[in-house]
Ligand binder design. Structure first.
Ligand SMILES: [Zn+2]
Length: 367
């Protein structure tokens, strides 16, 4: 089997050589029409419920300094910030409500506790990540390094890469690479500069407004209160959402593509997972782990994604990666997936993600 033949086949079915579409039209065609029906009431109730839960945890955190209560309250606060963020994600895609104005308002309110400036996030997420999912050099969320790039890193940077791509580094990666580098330090393009500056000002007003209010009420003690209700929930959110985003597109079977070989089907269908959570999971995570149909069409509201996913999985059983959420899969992915190799074949398909421990043999075989 030549390398060229391998590249035109479906990655997950290399032995059987199943041909896949290159575009999304055949996939869009199998999504039932009512998956696009949106309920304003349901959207508002989901948003209101998350606001109430977050508000109650803030009230709880302000009322206690008992470590036995603080830790569970922080966990709950961080997860509820993630829930609000997922609601904001749906709204920022114009998928939560039919009204664009309501989407814009709810997106901005939902993303305040996660300190995300909506318009900046929309640029990186909607335009770059969704437009170029798993395309080498363009998509930026959990973009693996090539073996050569890794070899050129300093010892400290190598250590950081291992940590961030390891089982507990997802929060550090999200905080540094996604939030800090791609949003806080990002220079707005002229076209969207005004909206981006406005949304950044909103987030700054939220964070500094809370600090001013708490210091005004409690003097220096207000700084500790602010750490409890703004900073700690944000950091736990980063860890939570880092884990969530990692498993959407990173698995030993999923590869990244050079620009000339990338197509929408490879990125959005073969490169995106459907992960079914245990009962109760979607109370907070709002079906974000049923991720593949969201990448096929961003306009499907979260609560309709399971139905769209079932229809797609039935029509494309050989190309869809559908499984329950399992800790062992995540641990296996963090062990295996830290680097990738786009050009060379070491007993697996070119471009497959490789572990750091395998890089020595890669370099030995192709010096
Ligand atoms: Zn999205």
């Amino acid at each position: 089997m030549s390398a060229t033949a391998i590249r035109t086949s479906v990655v997950r079915n290399a032995d059987t050589m199943i041909e896949s579409p290159t575009g999304l039209k055949p996939v869009l065609d199998v999504i039932p029409g009512h998956c696009y029906e949106r309920s304003t009431t349901r959207g508002l109730l989901l948003f209101a419920r998350d606001v109430v839960i977050f508000g109650l945890t803030v009230w709880g955190l302000l009322s206690t300094n008992d470590p036995l209560l603080l830790v569970p309250l922080w966990l709950l606060a961080g997860i509820s910030v993630a829930g609000l963020f997922v609601i904001g994600h749906d709204a920022a895609h114009d998928a939560l409500f039919d009204s664009k104005r309501l989407n814009a308002l709810v997106a901005r309110l939902s993303m305040l506790p996660s300190l995300h400036a909506v318009e900046v996030w929309v640029f990186g997420h909607n335009r770059v990540h969704h437009g170029h999912t798993l395309k080498q050099g363009l998509d930026f969320v959990w973009h693996p390094l090539t073996v050569e790039q890794y070899e050129q890193l300093s010892r400290v940077a190598k250590l950081r890469h291992k940590l961030e791509w390891g089982p507990f580094g997802a929060g550090a990666y999200y905080l540094r690479e996604v939030w800090w580098n791609k949003m806080v330090r990002f220079t707005p393009p002229t076209r969207w500069a005004k909206q981006m500056r406005r949304d950044r000002a909103l987030v700054t007003m939220y964070a500094l407004g809370a600090l001013t209010l708490l210091v005004g009420l409690d003097g220096a003690g207000g700084i500790w209160q602010w750490m409890k209700v703004v900073v700690a929930p944000f950091l736990i959110f980063c860890q939570t959402i880092g884990w969530v985003v990692h498993v959407h597109h990173i698995a030993p079977e999923i590869r990244w593509w050079p620009r000339r070989e990338w197509n929408r089907f490879r990125g959005q269908v073969e490169g995106t997972t459907i992960l079914w959570g245990p009962p109760g999971w979607d109370f907070f995570f709002h079906w974000i782990m049923v991720h593949l149909p969201h990448h096929v069409d961003m306009k499907v509201p979260g609560y309709r994604l399971p139905e769209a996913a079932r229809a797609i999985a039935e029509a494309f059983p050989d190309q869809v990666d559908e499984r329950p959420i399992r800790v062992r899969d995540y641990l296996a992915a963090t062990k295996a997936c830290k680097l990738h190799d786009l050009d060379r074949d070491l007993g697996h398909l070119p471009g497959m993600i490789v572990s750091i421990s395998a890089r020595a043999s890669l370099l030995r075989v192709w010096p």
